[in-house]
Every structure is written in structure tokens, then in C-alpha cells.
Write a protein that binds this ligand. Structure first.
Ligand code: TYD
Length: 428
């Protein structure tokens, strides 16, 4: 999840509100979650009174190609000036990336000494390190300077830039033609997606593949993960619109599978002139049969989201009436959508605990709740914890067994608001 926007090209985009994938102007907003500040813009204490920019957070459906995306597409500098997301902070994510590297290695890389893997939005190099362990040559592309530095410190060659045709040419000159180009949680974050796809096309020869992973729209809708919607996540991909999108660039979907990370994701294998696999075809059929190509599906979803807000606000109101102390767990970007949309602030949550040093000591964007360390949490247990990083529920709840054993309870906000206590430990 990183910044792939060249500011100058981005400004150009704002002039027209069209579907990013097919360029149709037949787009319909079905959900408004704003006004919301950029979800990763955590604030220093001294900047709290300076005022933040709030933007609408609207979600559209394209009546022509069924693509779903966010408006407005806000300025990149605003979104990513001080990037705070580090892949290596989560065990769940690391083991997922390791297994992804195993799959790709077995499927595409015969001669590891000759092989090259490029990772777009390589973050701190976590995924590429797993390929390096297998003896594969790697290069990452990471535009956030602080994070690219971290990757190089980890021994991962990293180009500190945006990815587009220029970067692709540089890679060809300096490293040669890659066997595999990867992008995990990146392909949904790029305003000028066409520029990136053109760059990818340059890097693929007949045997090469582009493999990307992103949250899968049907999972988002069915699991009511509305909080994963924020300005950085520009697109919510499903296969139907992507199929025709890639065809425009001389590429095609070879295969696709659902993977259980980040609340339900899709892994897509893109090649030149591929035969589409049966399981990818089945997913496209599934999308149509379940209504994901119809506006009504999204209108129903918007109603359900309002219901979650109502339930959560009523529960918190009741707990506060009983003088319960509540904290948040995981200062995730998705947490900030939820907190802003439900207007939950420091009067409701004493603090939000997070293990990312870059977030600790700061305040959540919009609602201004202080972010504290896990140590602080363990020394100051509240009565309830609102699990903002619910995608890591297992890992977090296992880690905080003691809190549950001492009578603490977790509030899990999606797919429906529920409260769990220590009985949850017996079930997992
Ligand atoms: P994450 O879901 O990775 O990202 P997003 O920002 O895309 O919504 O965010 C999870 C946050 O939770 C991240 O800031 C790290 C934090 N976290 C902890 O504090 N402790 C943990 O044990 C885990 C797994 C995550």
C-alpha cells in the first residue's frame, strides 16, 4: 500500500469524473462516508489545532463495466506525505507473503539464479526477502522515501520512485526482463492506473506474468467491510471489469483465486495471450449470478452500512452510560474510516493501541484519539476494546489473552456489531 501517483498527472485526472477502468461517465454514487480526512494522516500533537482537510468519501458503481471506486481521487501529496504503513509489522501478513512467494516460485521460476522478480510498491521489502531466501534476484519499486530506505537497510535493492513506463524502462536497462512482476495491495491505489499497466506490459514477455492481490469487492460487500473504503483505496476490484480492462493493453487474465487476507482478497494472474483458467471463469460467473454487476446490490449494501453505524453508536452510548472505559485496537486506516463515519472520538475511546512506532504518540486523523503502545494498553486495561484492525482478530486476540482472561471484552464491528469475551479463546 503505497504512493504510486505522480502529482502532476493526478491533477489532470480531477477534471473529469469518469470510471477509471473503462472511462465511461455513467457512474453512480451509492454510498457517502465523508467528510473524512486521509486515513493514514496521523497527526503530531502540535499539529492538532492547525486544522485538517476533510474530503467527501463517496463510492461509485460504473453502469457500463461494473467497476467500483472512490471519489474524489485526492492529491497524492496529501495522502502519502508521511507514510506510516510497514508490512513487517504483522505476523499474519508475513506468513501470507511467504506462502505467496512459495506459490509464485513453484509456478513461474525454474532457474532461480537467472530469475528476476520485480515488486511494485515493495514497501519494506518483506515479500522480496522471501524470494531472496530462495536465491532469486529481486528489485523493488517503492516511492515512499522513508520506507524505501528501510527496504535497502534490509538488503533489498529498491528503486525509490513511482512505477510507470519510465521506471519499467529503467528496470529493463539495469536488471533485464523480469520473470514475474508482483503488486500486493497496490493495484487498487493508483490514480493513473493506465500508466502502471503500460509499464507492466513493457516488462512482460511471453513467459512472464504479473500477479497482483487486492481486496475482493464481493468479499467487501458480503462481509460489510465498509471501513476498508478510504481515499487511498481508489478501487474495489472484481474480475468482470478487469477482464476487459487488461484486454485493452494486450494482456489477459490467465487465472484468479480468492485468498483469505485483509478480509477477503483476490489474487489475479495476468499474462500475454493467456487461456483463462476454469476457476477464473467461475469467479466471473459468480460475480454475475450474485448481482455484483447490478447497482441494486450496492444500494442494499449502503443501507446495511447505516445499520452497523446505528448499532455501534447505540452500544457505545450504553457502555458509556455505565461508565465503561473503552479503547480501540489497531490504528488501522480502516479504523479511521469507521471512527470518522460513526463520529467516535476521544470522549468514547480513551486511546487506540498500535504496535507501529511511526503511529505511536500521534493522534488519529479527524477524531484525534491518541495512539498508544501495546505496553500502555497492558498497564491500563480498559473494560472494552473496539477492534478496529478486525482483519487481524485472531492474531490480536491470541496476543491479548490476558486482557480477556481478566474480564476484558472485544467489540468486533463488522460484519455485524458483536461483543466477545474469554469464551472466544475456547472457540479459537
Ligand atoms: P492494517 O489492517 O494492516 O491496515 P490498514 O491500515 O490497511 O487498515 O492495519 C492494522 C493495524 O493494526 C496496523 O497499524 C498495525 C496494528 N496491529 C497491532 O497494533 N497489533 C497487532 O498485533 C497487529 C496484527 C496489528
Amino acid at each position: 500500500m503505497t504512493n504510486h501517483i505522480r502529482p502532476e498527472t493526478h491533477k489532470h485526472m480531477e477534471k473529469k469524473h469518469v470510471c477509471t477502468l473503462c472511462k465511461s461517465n455513467q457512474i453512480q454514487v451509492f454510498l457517502s462516508l465523508g467528510p473524512t480526512p486521509p486515513a493514514n494522516n496521523f497527526l503530531e500533537e502540535r499539529h492538532i489545532d492547525r486544522g485538517e482537510k476533510f474530503y467527501p468519501l463517496d463510492v461509485y458503481f460504473c453502469l457500463d463495466c461494473s467497476h467500483v471506486g472512490v471519489l474524489p481521487r485526492i492529491d497524492s501529496e496529501e495522502l502519502f506525505s508521511d507514510y506510516v504503513y510497514l508490512t513487517s509489522r504483522s505476523e499474519t501478513m508475513l506468513s501470507h507473503l511467504e506462502s505467496l512467494s512459495d506459490t509464485i516460485f513453484d509456478r513461474y521460476l525454474d532457474d532461480e539464479e537467472e530469475a528476476l522478480v520485480v515488486d511494485i510498491g515493495s514497501n519494506d521489502g518483506s515479500l522480496l526477502q522471501f524470494f531472496q531466501e530462495k536465491g532469486v534476484n529481486v528489485v523493488g519499486v517503492e516511492p515512499a522515501e522513508n520506507i524505501a530506505r528501510e527496504a535497502r537497510k534490509n538488503g533489498v535493492p529498491t528503486i525509490n520512485d513511482f512505477f510507470d513506463e519510465e521506471t519499467a524502462k529503467l528496470i529493463l536497462e539495469e536488471y533485464g526482463l523480469p520473470d514475474v512482476v508482483m503488486a500486493t495491495n497496490v493495484f487498487a491505489h493508483i490514480p493513473e492506473l493506465d500508466e502502471v499497466t503500460k509499464g507492466i506490459e513493457l516488462l512482460l514477455d511471453e513467459g512472464g506474468a504479473f500477479i497482483f492481490e487486492n481486496a475482493y469487492l464481493p468479499d467487501l460487500i458480503e462481509n460489510k467491510e465498509f471501513d476498508t473504503i478510504y481515499h487511498e483505496h481508489l478501487y474495489y476490484h472484481s474480475l468482470t471489469p478487469l477482464k476487459s480492462y487488461f484486454q485493452r493493453f494486450g494482456l489477459g487474465i490467465a487465472d484468479a483465486e480468492r485468498v483469505p487476507i485483509h478480509g477477503g482478497s483476490i489474487r489475479v494472474f495476468v499474462e500475454k495471450d493467456p487461456q483463462i483458467s476454469d476457476r477464473a471463469k467461475e469467479l466471473i460467473e459468480f460475480e454475475e449470478e450474485r448481482g455484483f454487476t447490478e447497482l441494486q446490490k450496492y444500494r442494499d449494501f449502503a443501507e446495511e452500512v447505516k445499520g452497523i453505524r446505528q448499532d455501534l453508536n447505540s452500544l457505545i452510548e450504553e457502555l458509556k452510560r455505565n461508565n465503561s472505559r473503552i479503547a480501540g485496537y489497531g490504528a488501522a486506516a480502516k479504523g479511521n474510516t469507521l471512527l470518522n463515519y460513526c463520529r467516535i472520538g476521544p470522549e468514547e475511546l480513551d486511546y487506540v493501541v498500535d504496535n507501529t512506532p511511526l503511529k505511536q504518540g500521534k493522534f488519529t486523523p479527524g477524531m484525534h484519539i491518541p495512539v498508544k503502545t501495546p505496553r500502555h494498553f497492558r498497564n491500563d486495561y480498559p473494560d472494552y476494546v473496539l477492534l478496529l484492525a478486525w482483519n487481524f482478530a485472531r492474531e490480536i486476540i491470541a496476543k491479548e489473552k490476558e486482557f480477556l482472561e481478566q474480564g476484558g471484552k472485544f467489540i468486533i464491528p463488522v460484519p455485524e456489531v458483536k461483543v466477545v469475551g474469554k469464551e472466544f479463546l475456547e472457540k479459537t
